[in-house]
Design a protein around this ligand. Sequence first.
Ligand SMILES: Cc1cc2nc3c(=O)[nH]c(=O)nc-3n(C[C@H](O)[C@H](O)[C@H](O)COP(=O)(O)OP(=O)(O)OC[C@H]3O[C@@H](n4cnc5c(N)ncnc54)[C@H](O)[C@@H]3O)c2cc1C
Length: 442
Amino acid sequence: MTKTAIIAGGSIAGLATARALSPCFERVILLEADSFDQTGFARKGTPQANHVHGLLKGGCDALTRLFPDLPARLTAAGAVSCHFSSEVRWYINEDWMPRYDGSMQIYFQTRPLLEGCLREAVREIANVEIVENCRVEDFVLDEARKRIIAAVVRRPGADVETISADFFIDAMGRGSFLPRWLKREGFGEVPEDHIGVNLGYASCLMELPTEPRDWKSILIYPKGPKEIRGATLVKVENDKWLLTLAGYHNDHPPADAEGFLEFARTLPRPDIYDAVRNARIVSDIRLHKFPHGQWRHYDEIASFPLGILPVGDTNTSLNPLFGQGMSVAALSAAALSDLASETDFSHPVSLARLKRNYFTGLRRVFATPWDLALGQDFRYAETTGRKPFTLVPKNALKSLIMSSSSTEVIENFYHVVHLAREESSFYHPRWLVKILKGMKNR
Ligand SMILES: Cc1cc2nc3c(=O)[nH]c(=O)nc-3n(C[C@H](O)[C@H](O)[C@H](O)COP(=O)(O)OP(=O)(O)OC[C@H]3O[C@@H](n4cnc5c(N)ncnc54)[C@H](O)[C@@H]3O)c2cc1C
């Protein structure tokens, strides 16, 4: 067994990858710039954690493969179990999705709760060490300039330190310095796709009046170009509700309570406003701006160094409205877990094979979420970026699926949007026949 792996970044991707690599190394060291006991809701390095963070079924399944006791941990910590097809009211494609007793069970919780459960699980792995307040600032190449052999780190009040290891993971998120580092070291510019959406988020925790409800979440997804405002209201731990309001292309919700509620009132449907108009806001209203989704094509750098792989938002950072980012990170870590078990980390040929196979696997992991997000984003003329030529027929097919009278078709759609099945399943003749048969207005 090779000796040490270093993971830069201790959030969802970093924690999942620590678990994935732990059977392959004597020691896995996870270096996180933040301290984990910050007060307040989200820590400094993950400001997005103030907002609704849905964990899709596909992401939950991938995390559960890595951490089999995750569902029990989430439940014990107060996460809310939810049957997606019966307990979520979802407005999309200018209509409400049907509600029925389906098979998909998911969990609702705040992002800090989920991350806390994963961190707790990782802390129990004997050969994984989590080091807080430790910022990775640089990577060091071997003499041949082909393989990363060390990380340069800084801790408060200490001198800069160089730590050697056999393998490295970049899990530093969207702001990772890896693209700048690759350019500086002569590997070239990382090709990036940017999808400009200029999204604005505002969120707060609420207490809702006690009354009977047969739902645990309401999702209002805007359909462009007419609808530009969307929202998610979701029941989370401690009997609280998290409300996130969002607007495309600079139509952003504000942080004052009156303006926030007024924004909710003007959503495409009144149901969320009706549910929260008499609620008590029990946190600050926090804002977040998301200028563009991005996909960094690290795989297109022919000489991408050995000894390091990127996991999570450093690769793709997707329009958050579709709730895919954590699940994509989890699916990527699960894919790496399979490949790592067949890798000899001390051998360059084996490392090169790992790199190739991992990047091929990532393209597959990203294809569905990227395509689904773009299908909605490009309904707005203001959206910028590379538009797939298949957009129009795919959107037409998805509209048929969403308005289908067949529960089986809807259930397959839910599995695809939850990243538990690939989008290509829509185009299988078996499903095309069912979609056409279910074509009647509900
Ligand atoms: C507003 C908003 C809402 C979202 N909603 C959802 C949702 O509903 N569902 C969903 O699945 N996803 C959602 N996402 C996406 C989700 O937040 C990300 O996909 C997910 O956090 C990616 O995890 P990550 O570990 O790759 O990166 P991050 O969570 O960004 O973590 C990066 C980590 O690296 C650390 N770090 C950074 N630089 C260094 C360094 N130099 N040295 C050491 N450590 C470093 C940071 O402190 C941080 O802990 C949302 C995103 C936004 C912006």
